[in-house]
Design a protein around this ligand. Structure first.
Ligand code: NAD
Length: 295
């Protein structure tokens, strides 16, 4: 049993903290939202009055917050309140530079740290089946892995500080581009009089095969569990896909990497969210691609 502080108990953090409780850990939590804090309390988390109060006597501190600015502010506040030698783990999806900056803060305070963003969404958080992509020193990874195992099924060490975030944005850039590619394939098939099922049967077993097609098919029918079968209720909201594509573009620009399709995918998801579909599943972009002239 480990005494763990959990800061940020929203859609992802709430169920993740509950899974730590289920695994037998003592979890003290804090969230700015009273509603989220009391929901977590009902799932066995001890509510604290502030983030600084939550970390008292904890050997592991986990943050699950919206963006880099929140993580930087919370870690800057917490490092002086943490017990000596504590391990800080940030599971939020944030930019690589902010991730590396908070590792440095922890190191200066004599704490160990991991960036450990996740893939798997709210369903993965509820079911404790998340994938964690971790960046940080080997010793920090060895200490954090058993804790993360209570919330996920695959825990990967991606290398040094910030590399978990690097893996996350590279993966999600591939996902955004591949979803658009699959949507365009189905939109073209419709114009050519080819049925969804026929294209699926061919592509899912040939060279067009990818996760966006076989597990998350953007048209109803071929993959009954995909959001296309429930009017594109998320799943993975377009706003979150746009966030990750923008993070990828920031990283590409800072590192002088060439990502022309990543840039185009970000522009298309920007248009989709601007048109009012930020809350739709990201596979719902097929409707925009069918209707709008391509730019
Ligand atoms: P959310 O908005 O539901 O939860 C974030 C929580 O942080 C909120 O409850 C908010 O009140 C709290 N918060 C903000 N600032 C705070 C502060 N200073 N102190 C304490 N609490 C604070 O967001 P979410 O969907 O849980 O996502 C969290 C992170 O996980 C994001 O970085 C997101 O990109 C990433 N992520 C989300 C998903 C998903 O499907 N929702 C999937 C993978 C990764």
């Amino acid at each position: 049993m480990t005494h763990i502080a959990f800061i940020g108990l929203g859609n992802m953090g709430g169920p993740m903290a509950a899974n730590l409780v289920k695994a037998g850990h003592q979890v003290t939590g804090f969230d700015l939202s009273a509603e989220h804090l009391s929901a977590a309390e009902k799932r066995g988390v001890t509510a604290a009055s502030s983030a600084a109060a939550a970390v008292k006597d904890c050997s592991v501190i986990i943050t699950m917050l919206p963006a880099g600015q929140h993580v930087k502010a919370v870690w800057a506040d917490l490092v002086s309140h943490c017990a000596k030698g504590a391990l800080m783990i940030d599971c939020s999806t944030i930019d690589v530079d902010s991730a590396r900056a908070v590792h440095a803060l922890a190191q200066q305070a004599g704490l160990s740290s991991l960036d450990a963003p996740v893939s798997g969404g709210v369903g993965g958080a509820e079911g404790a089946t998340l994938t964690f992509m971790c960046g940080g020193q080997a010793e920090a990874f060895a200490a954090g892995k058993p804790i993360l195992e209570a919330m996920g099924k695959k825990i990967v060490h991606c290398g040094e500080a910030g590399n978990g975030q690097a893996a996350k944005i590279c993966n999600n850039m591939i996902l955004g581009i591949s979803m658009i590619a699959v949507c365009e394939g189905f939109a073209l098939a419709e114009k050519l009089g080819l049925s969804h099922q026929a294209l699926f049967d061919v592509s899912s077993t040939s060279s067009g095969q990818c996760w966006s097609l076989t597990s998350y098919c953007p048209v109803p029918g071929p993959v009954p569990a995909s959001p296309a079968n429930r009017d594109y209720q998320p799943g993975f909201a377009a706003a979150l896909m746009l966030k990750d594509l923008k993070l990828a573009q920031e990283a590409a620009s800072a590192s002088h990497a060439s990502t022309p399709l990543g840039a185009h995918a970000a522009a298309l998801y920007q248009r989709f969210t601007d048109e009012g579909f930020a809350g739709k599943d990201f596979s719902g972009i097929i409707d925009m691609l069918r209707q709008a002239p391509q730019d």
